[in-house]
Design a binder for this molecule. Structure first.
Ligand code: HEM
Length: 376
């Protein structure tokens, strides 16, 4: 069974080999909760999380070891299941620090300058029920029930202090973080995660993912997480000719090779200067891969860790499906720059951004301490 550590320099769930399933949740602090409630919540969450990632119940008494006269501490649906590579990653949102000049938790001075609501982008139709939150938890596991059990029990532990604002299930990873993981596919049918930051690329992680000493001291060794719920208009996409789908992505569907090397392999570097016989660039200027590539974005790289989702279908019988995009980066501005660059992306016609959130991801906790301790 795969068990990832809870305690350490960085939180798990970022460079950890991407697991197959996701349950992501955003929380708001309760109206009457104060600073002590926030501290105790983060402590209780860390304790329960440190147990669950090891395949244990949330407390020693667990699901069946307590008094028969009381509700069990643990809800029990993970009994008998392995740890399944569970990681639980906590984040703190802009609204935790200050709302309309009110500093409920005495944290205003600790707010990183970049931790503000993301600016508006083209092609958004953001909905409150898929956006923002004072806190977030990313639970990833190779067994979906293990991820759901984690969010469910952490929600229960929060009772009276914070409540669930929204949550999202994801099946099927759309990225990889180690070279030996196969590149998975998104719901457009394309390999996704080919050009990602990998866990063993220390230089790229230091440069693009981990917050350094140039930000709030409590956040050093942490990161910033962006979540975007992006609906994919799969019915329209599925009627496109294959060549047009390839043009929009900038890679071929079979191999995931850049169109500048049609006979090539997935890991060939894209050559944006290569011209076809027609004189046109082999990789279209409006293709997703070109506009998202570091060459177009001052060398910026994001660590992508998103998941496919299908939330049933709408009243017209269209699949309510898309990509729950998650990216970790050292600066929120890095995501903003890439997302702005994508404003002319040919893929946009088939996408709609429904949800958005930004959270600071504290560094990992040392044993005996808790995630977010540096804030207090
Ligand atoms: C690459 C799909 C949204 C950033 C790719 C690739 C595909 C893809 C198929 C090529 C394979 C790869 O290198 O991973 C999608 C789909 C999206 C989406 C279907 C929406 C539903 C986004 C967003 C961002 C983004 C919102 C960031 C703002 C990137 C980056 C690359 C990439 C940085 C790697 C580019 C490179 O270095 O070559 N995406 N993407 N994508 N995408 Fe997306």
């Amino acid at each position: 069974a795969t068990v990832y550590p809870f305690f350490g320099q960085h939180q798990s769930g970022i460079t950890t080999p991407v697991q197959d399933h996701l349950h992501f949740a955003a929380f708001d602090m309760s109206e009457r909760a104060d600073r002590d409630d926030l501290i105790s919540l983060l402590q209780d969450w860390s304790y329960a999380a440190s147990r669950m990632v090891a395949g244990l119940e949330v407390t020693v008494k667990g699901a069946v070891g307590g008094s028969p006269a009381a509700p069990p501490d643990d809800t029990g649906e993970a009994l008998g299941l392995a740890a399944s590579g569970l990681t639980i990653t906590f984040g703190v949102g802009p609204t935790l620090f200050e709302v309309d000049g009110t500093d409920r938790f005495g944290l205003a001075a600790k707010r990183p300058a970049g931790l503000v609501r993301l600016p508006a982008f083209l092609g958004e139709d953001l909905q409150r029920e898929h956006s923002d939150g004072d806190l977030c938890i990313q639970a990833c596991a190779d067994d979906p029930q293990v991820a759901v059990h984690a969010i469910r029990n952490l929600t229960r532990i929060a009772f009276g202090r914070a409540r669930l604002r929204w949550s999202q299930l994801g099946f099927g990873r759309t990225s990889k973080t180690t070279a030996d993981q196969k590149t998975p596919r998104n719901l457009f049918g394309y390999k996704d995660g080919t050009a990602n930051i990998l866990a063993n690329d220390e230089a790229a992680l230091t440069r693009h993912v981990w917050v350094g000493t140039d930000d709030q001291p409590w956040l050093a060794g942490g990161s910033y997480l962006v979540a975007r719920k992006i609906a994919m208009i799969t019915e329209s996409w599925d009627r496109l000719r294959l060549a047009e789908q390839d043009r929009i992505v900038g890679r071929n569907k079979g191999e995931g090779a850049p169109l500048s090397s049609p006979s090539g392999v997935e890991n060939d570097a894209p050559n944006f200067a290569a011209l076809a016989a027609s004189g046109k660039p082999m990789i279209d200027r409006a293709s997703h891969v070109r506009l998202a590539h570091p060459d177009q974005n001052n060398g910026i790289q994001l660590l992508r860790r998103g998941y496919n989702y299908v939330d049933g279908n709408d009243a017209l019988g269209k699949l309510d499906a898309g990509l729950f995009f998650l990216s970790y980066q050292r600066r929120p501005d890095d995501f903003i720059a890439v997302q702005r660059s994508l404003s002319t992306d040919a893929m946009n016609e088939y996408l709609k951004h429904l949800g958005s959130g930004l959270w600071a991801i504290p560094p990992g906790a040392s044993e005996g301490s808790y995630v977010g301790a540096g804030l207090f």
